[in-house]
Design a protein around this ligand. Structure first.
Ligand code: PSV
Ligand code: MN
Length: 388
């Protein structure tokens, strides 16, 4: 039986990147509710991300979204983050909010539109050099709504060519991660709908091109941990966008909809060598907090990942393999379930305290007065949100 004490060195290395957009307002196409204290600038989003890190010790970097987080001086922004103990992380490109992209961006039939989208990625790469970011994350809204609307094959070919051009520009220590999503905003076909397409496209590029797996981007019932195992086996899993879903791309708090699925995913990550600072797999959140407070929403999220990671690390690997090899179906299943059902919360609380962190980060945040303070301080101005 694996003990909690034996897994704390691994837990101590956990780092989960926060998305800057999680701190802005978001909503559905029906309504975006604003919240007092919502950041107006990327600097204020960084302050909120730093607050999550201060309470949890789990979130040392924040991802940027361009142009939402565009500033004049990225060196200065890097300093702002550094002073708060954070690094600037993944740069997310945006080719889904410009009229030019109505019929596609990197896949568009018009070379001028493709070039506009490529140039945007070049800008993102320049920003990465200034911020010290490692990953350029590409999620494409490209697709069609009606059979016959576009030439599916031609669009793949143009995508490959556009990606090649972007990949040619990334630095030696930078990576391109290509995210897939099975539908939305396009409803008939999407140009990067699944891990296989992302894998095929990044494999054609080279070693520093990898797949980004967003847990919310699969059809109901998809065995995501299988995809994790396969991509790790192929050496092409670059990053996670963690969130959870009940129906579509709900972007809810990771582990909220199905903690057992999160456990199974993390088990395969660990099993496949995708965990830890030396692994190529980056952990990120990609979430929105439409009705709940954003900062505690992010705190809850990283704690959920930590908790399921601890349970997954508790799986007795050698006993499991022995049971599997012996064809002991129920014995093997019981070993996995024993770890899943282990309540690690008291051990995690004590361990946090031993490291100078609050035993209960949610309670500590609620008692800190931060939420009330930002509600007062951040009066006036334009609150950040999707598209702002
Ligand atoms: C849109 O579906 C999306 O949520 C993708 O998952 C991206 O990662 C994110 O937006 C940011 O562009
Ligand atoms: Mn995502």
């Amino acid at each position: 039986m694996t003990t909690f004490d034996s897994i704390t060195p691994q837990l101590a290395t956990q780092a989960i990147e926060l998305p800057s957009w999680a701190f802005g307002n978001s909503g559905t196409r029906f309504k975006v509710f604003s919240t007092p204290g919502t950041p107006r600038t990327i600097q204020e989003k960084i302050a909120d991300a730093a607050t999550v890190h201060r309470h949890t010790g789990l979130a040392p970097s924040v991802a940027l979204h361009i142009p939402w987080d565009k500033v004049e001086d990225y060196d200065a922004l890097r300093d702002v983050a550094g002073e708060r103990g954070l690094a600037l992380g993944t740069v997310n490109s945006n080719t889904f909010q410009d009229d030019a992209y109505k019929f596609g961006s990197l896949t568009h039939t018009d070379a001028a539109v493709r070039q506009k989208a490529i140039d945007h990625h070049f800008d993102c790469i320049d920003i990465m050099h200034a911020t010290g970011s490692q990953d350029l994350k590409i999620w494409l809204a490209d697709g069609t709504n009606y059979p016959g609307q576009g030439d599916i094959r031609g669009r793949q070919d143009r995508l490959a060519e556009s990606l090649q051009t972007i990949y040619g520009r990334i630095g030696e220590n930078q990576r391109l991660v290509l995210e897939y999503k099975f539908f939305e905003p396009a409803f008939y076909h999407t140009d990067v709908p699944d891990w296989g397409t992302s894998y095929a496209q990044v494999s054609a590029l080279g070693e520093r091109a990898l797949v980004c797996l967003d847990t919310g981007h699969h059809a109901p019932g998809t065995n995501i941990e299988f995809i994790v195992a396969q991509l790790l086996r192929l050496g092409k899993l670059g990053s996670f966008d963690f969130n959870s879903r009940f129906y579509a791309d709900d972007d809810l708090i990771v582990g909220a909809a199905d903690p057992f699925q999160l456990f199974r995913i993390l088990y395969e990550v660990i099993r496949g060598g995708g965990y830890g600072p030396d692994s190529p797999v980056a952990f990120m959140l990609d979430q929105c907090h439409n009705v709940e407070d954003k900062i505690p929403g992010q705190i809850r999220s990283v704690l959920n990942v930590q908790e399921m990671t601890a349970r997954a690390l508790l799986v007795d690997g050698s006993a499991l393999r022995a049971a599997q090899d012996a064809g002991d179906v129920l014995g093997a299943n019981a070993i996995l379930m024993d770890a899943f059902y282990t309540d690690v919360r008291p051990d995690l609380a004590a361990w946090r305290e031993s490291r100078g962190l609050p035993a209960d980060p949610m309670a500590a945040y609620a008692a800190s007065g931060y939420q009330a303070a930002i509600a007062v301080e951040r009066a006036g101005g334009q609150q950040a949100g999707w598209g702002a």
